[in-house]
Design a protein around this ligand. Structure first.
Ligand code: GLC
Length: 566
């Protein structure tokens, strides 16, 4: 009897001592009575670690730098940060060539620095998302080194090896998206290996169950360390048709690298991608983690597939089509209607480390700050989760190199001058007006754009009408207004060529958002009375935009966000 009591007591204490969930979110982590998950109410922020903040003044950003800016992110209204790859890497593709999936590159710090970052973030209610490069590893990864060592090595089949069609002839006509053939010959084993990206980024063979399991285990390893989810890199390219058919050539032209233009029919978007995503999701669900996808899709129907037929693939496939639209009310209206109606939770992105920044993509050269505010008011008030790219909130400009010898991104070196590479959208974060924009005391790895003098965090924090202050206000509103968080989306005035307007409605609370996407002042009659409302009370508006009775006046590129009342 005594022994039994003792055993029970020991069991009880053992239970008390068991670490719970080690930081990743549990399945029950819903934020309201309607079952919304934390990521549906969260604002995400993408950090390119090389360029965010340099704590050890070697010219390259690092994890301690990110940790030192957590208060800034909290104050801005960020709930989750996605850090692009910070794992050990030869840095051929600046981290997207991973040589060890379960460590931190010394250039960014240590695993202890990572743990500090996660706990510092947790103290501020900020979650950490990592970037999982699932399609390929670095050619310096021990898996590939083994795979390459002989035709009979244990990991030979972890990558895609094939015989050529004859001397000097690769297995088929596939070209790498980063230029040149997608096959590289290995003279010691006399076979070619496949790489959708650079030759230093060999594709993993996802048809091999051992590869799949190893990758699932990598994700588990990080979930246990407190990671709240992953952004999955280049998911489209996970599988290739085993028949290795030539890709069709489109037209007779050449791309920036001098290669024929191919339709990637046999090496992208194979149906098996969805099996892999379901597998990754199953593992994510063990920890209540979220999966974001780098989902380049041609239309909404294709995007829809990434949620999974039973919502069992990606919770957050990114709407990257949004980054390709021209700045126009009818164009945006049509696109948003499609995404909002797709049946999943939308994920809006207007910039990232691979594409020209939104500030100058949409800017007309004269009203760029105003246009940046219109874009902020748009993607931060739609139904769905926004992902900000660092620097968008201060109106950072794309600043590409002007001379080939300054180019760092190998795509730019290879494709110059047609393709200048992605350096322009990866320049250091502009913290203040001091030398190197407060990013580093050493010369930064990429030059700081001259615009840092006017567009930086410190200066903009002092100007009530800055892009930064506008972002902060919209984000604050978004976090506190139920209609903006969960309300349905209803477009208004659908034939208006200049003003994009919509309602967000939640249980009788209605918010009107009106965005003048033109360079001339606009007046819109919303006939509030007819729709059962008596007034629109401003929640946030640009200086000369206001509602009076039924009429809304908007300055050029003006924004009005107002609560409708009966
Ligand atoms: C993704 C990344 C990009 C990288 C590529 C290869 O598209 O966003 O930066 O170069 O994958 O990993």
């Amino acid at each position: 009897m005594r022994n039994k009591t003792l055993i029970l007591m020991l069991l009880f204490f053992a239970l008390l001592m068991t670490p719970v969930g080690a930081g990743a979110q549990s399945k029950a982590d819903v934020v309201d009575g309607e079952g919304h998950q934390w990521w549906q109410h969260a604002v995400f922020y993408e950090i390119y670690p090389r360029s965010f903040a340099d704590s050890n003044n070697d010219g390259v950003g690092d994890l301690k730098g990110i940790t030192s800016k957590l208060d800034y992110l909290k104050d801005l209204g960020v709930d989750a940060i996605w850090i692009t790859p910070c794992f050990p890497s030869p840095q051929v593709d600046f981290g997207y060539d991973v040589s060890d999936y379960e460590n931190i590159d010394p250039m960014y710090g240590t695993l202890a620095d990572f743990d500090n970052l996660v706990s510092g973030a947790k103290n501020r209610d900020i979650r950490v998302i990592l970037d999982f490069v699932v399609n390929h590893s670095s050619d310096q990864h021990k898996w590939f080194m083994d795979s390459k060592s002989s035709r009979t090595s244990e990991k030979r089949d972890w990558y895609i090896w094939r015989d050529g069609k004859g001397p000097g002839k690769p297995p088929n006509n596939w070209v790498s998206t980063f230029g040149g053939p997608a096959w590289t010959f290995d003279p010691s084993t006399h076979q070619y290996y496949y790489h959708f990206f650079y030759a230093e980024q060999p594709d993993l063979n996802w048809r091999n169950p051992a590869v799949k399991d190893a990758m699932f285990d990598v994700s588990r390893w990080w979930y246990k360390r407190g990671v709240a989810g992953f952004r999955l890199d280049a998911v489209d390219t996970l599988f290739e048709d085993p028949g290795l058919y030539d890709n069709p050539i489109v037209g007779s032209g050449k791309n920036a690298y001098g290669d024929p233009i191919e339709e990637n029919k046999s090496n992208t978007k194979l149906p098996e991608v969805h099996d892999a995503l379901r597998g990754l999701r199953k593992v994510a669900d063990e920890s209540g983690a979220v999966l974001i996808g780098e989902t380049w899709t041609k239309d909404v129907a294709e995007l829809k597939q990434y949620y999974g037929e039973h919502s069992n693939e990606l919770q957050m496939p990114m709407d990257l089509m949004l980054t390709k639209l021209t700045f126009s009310a009818p164009v945006f209206r049509q696109h948003i209607a499609g995404i909002d109606g797709a049946g999943g939770w939308p994920v809006y992105v207007i910039s990232n480390h691979d594409i020209v920044r939104s500030y100058d993509r949409y800017g007309d050269g004269q009203h760029n700050d105003q246009i940046a505010k219109v874009m902020a008011a748009l993607y931060l008030t739609l139904r769905g989760t926004p992902i900000l790219y660092y620097g968008e909130e201060i109106g950072m400009k794309t600043t590409p190199p002007t001379r080939k010898e300054d180019v760092k991104d190998p795509i730019g070196q290879r494709g110059w001058p047609k393709e200048k590479g992605r350096d322009g959208e990866r320049t250091p974060m502009q913290w203040d007006g001091s030398e190197n924009a407060g990013f580093s005391k050493a010369t930064p790895w990429l030059p700081v754009p001259p615009a840092y003098k006017t567009h930086n965090v410190a200066a903009e924090a002092q100007q009530p009408d800055s892009v930064l202050e506008f972002y902060k206000k919209v984000l604050k509103l978004r976090h506190t207004n139920r209609a903006l968080l969960d309300g349905s989306y209803t477009p208004l005035h659908e034939s208006d060529q200049n003003v994009f307007s919509y309602l967000r409605s939640y249980k009788g609370e209605v918010v009107l958002v009106a965005l003048n996407m033109s360079a001339s002042p606009q007046k819109v009659n919303f006939e509030l009375g007819k729709n059962g409302f008596s007034s629109a009370n401003s929640l946030l508006a640009t200086p000369q935009s206001a509602a009076q009775g039924n009429t809304l006046t908007l300055e050029p590129y003006g924004v009005f966000i107002g609560q409708l009342s009966h």
